[in-house]
Design a protein around this ligand. Structure first.
Ligand code: NDP
Length: 341
């Protein structure tokens, strides 16, 4: 028996998000005994959401589908067999492709995780993907010690801003590459305020003496979310036996690896996908520890959310259009405010 209605964004075919997304109203089924009903509050718009709607992402949900990989919601009803969750609890998805761009839906209680009450809604809405990606890439590929350098491109991306802050917390030196722009000083200052040790434009990277001069040790770890020529330039600065971890391809160009890099510098090139890590580690101690650490950093104000802008759900097109822009330069992470529908 249907009891209530919810609004959602829906796509029936893969394609340009602005063209294929439509607002629909759906009935919410009566709650099963092992389900909770979640009213979604905030849901970020991430590049992976856009790529999924375009049909260009490895996860291809069955159509029709509701987009939205992460978000924060409030439990508004609980089934009779639900354990450890109550009405009023704030929850986040416990896995990918959750379909959070909707106002309300029912889920098995094991598919959502309660978040500590001290997390703000914005912090919670962006907890699952970007902070975890930054955390894992810094922990899992190279044993870093205080004073070691990490270099990354996309230094101003949401993931990049979290990498900067975690490096600061863990005493690694972060070297952050960004694209040049008219307001470059403001952006450099912003990233420095987050804890960036060095912020260089792509052009400055080509001629920098930062490592040759001994000011900073050559980086053992490079994080690449741009690929193309940018990543090639970054890789030239890796220390001997250093590792480049690729987690994005925002330039839409392939990653080119110089032969000398492999033969003479013993560089390794690896990839990281948070979705795959989460699938393999859903119940792991590492995952629990990671969420505890991140929540604590937010609580102690040692971590701040990437620059963002809340957009009312009924004005979703602004957020989608901006996140879909071919040449980037968005400036902020858009978050859909599902309460304004
Ligand atoms: P943001 O939207 O916050 O940042 C995007 C970044 O990409 C900015 O630094 C932007 O720079 C740059 N950029 C955008 N378009 C281009 C372009 N055409 N050429 C060069 N640079 C460009 O993104 P997120 O931090 O959320 O994600 C960053 C990347 O990481 C994405 O590719 C995303 O899919 C990926 N990702 C991967 C994960 C994984 O598990 N593998 C997990 C999380 C994210 P500018 O300001 O100059 O435009």
């Amino acid at each position: 028996m249907a009891t209530d209605c919810a609004k959602s964004l829906l796509y029936k075919e893969y394609g340009d998000p602005i063209a294929v997304l439509q607002v629909t109203t759906q009935t919410i089924d009566q709650l099963a005994s092992d389900e909770v009903s979640v009213k979604w509050l905030l849901s970020p718009v991430n590049p992976a959401d856009i790529n999924t709607i375009q049909g260009k992402y490895p996860s291809r949900p069955a159509l029709p589908a509701v987009p939205g990989n992460e978000g924060v919601g409030e439990i508004v009803a609980v089934g009779s067999n639900v354990q450890n969750l109550c009405v009023g609890d704030k929850v986040v998805p416990n896995g990918p492709n959750f379909g959070t761009w909707r106002t309300q839906a029912n889920y098995n209680f094991k598919d959502v995780s309660k978040i500590p009450s001290y997390l703000s809604l914005v912090e919670a809405s962006m907890l699952n993907v970007n902070p975890c990606t930054a955390y894992r890439m810094l922990k899992d590929f190279v044993p870093l010690k205080p004073g070691d350098s990490v270099i990354q491109n996309g230094g101003n991306s949401a993931v990049g801003q979290l990498v900067i802050q975690l490096c600061k917390l863990w005493n690694y030196k972060s070297v952050n590459i960004i694209r040049n722009r008219p307001e470059i000083k403001e952006l450099k200052d912003q990233l420095a305020a987050l804890g960036a040790d060095e912020v260089l434009t792509e052009e400055e990277l080509r001629t920098t003496q930062l490592f040759k001069s001994g000011k900073l040790p050559a980086p053992k770890l490079a994080l690449n979310c741009i690929s193309g020529q940018n990543a090639l330039e970054v890789s030239r600065h890796l220390a001997h036996s250093g590792v480049m971890v690729t987690y994005g391809g925002m330039s839409r160009e392939p990653l080119t690896i110089p032969v000398a890099s492999l033969i003479f510098k013993n560089h390794s090139f690896k990839g990281f996908w948070m979705t795959a890590w989460t699938k393999e580690n859903t119940e792991s101690k590492e995952r629990v520890n990671m969420f505890n650490d991140l929540a604590l950093y937010y609580k102690e104000k040692k971590l701040q959310t990437p620059l963002h802008k809340l957009v009312p759900f009924n004005e979703y097109q602004e957020a989608i259009a901006s996140a879909t822009k071919f040449d980037g330069r968005t400036g902020v992470k858009y978050i859909l405010d599902m309460t304004k529908s």
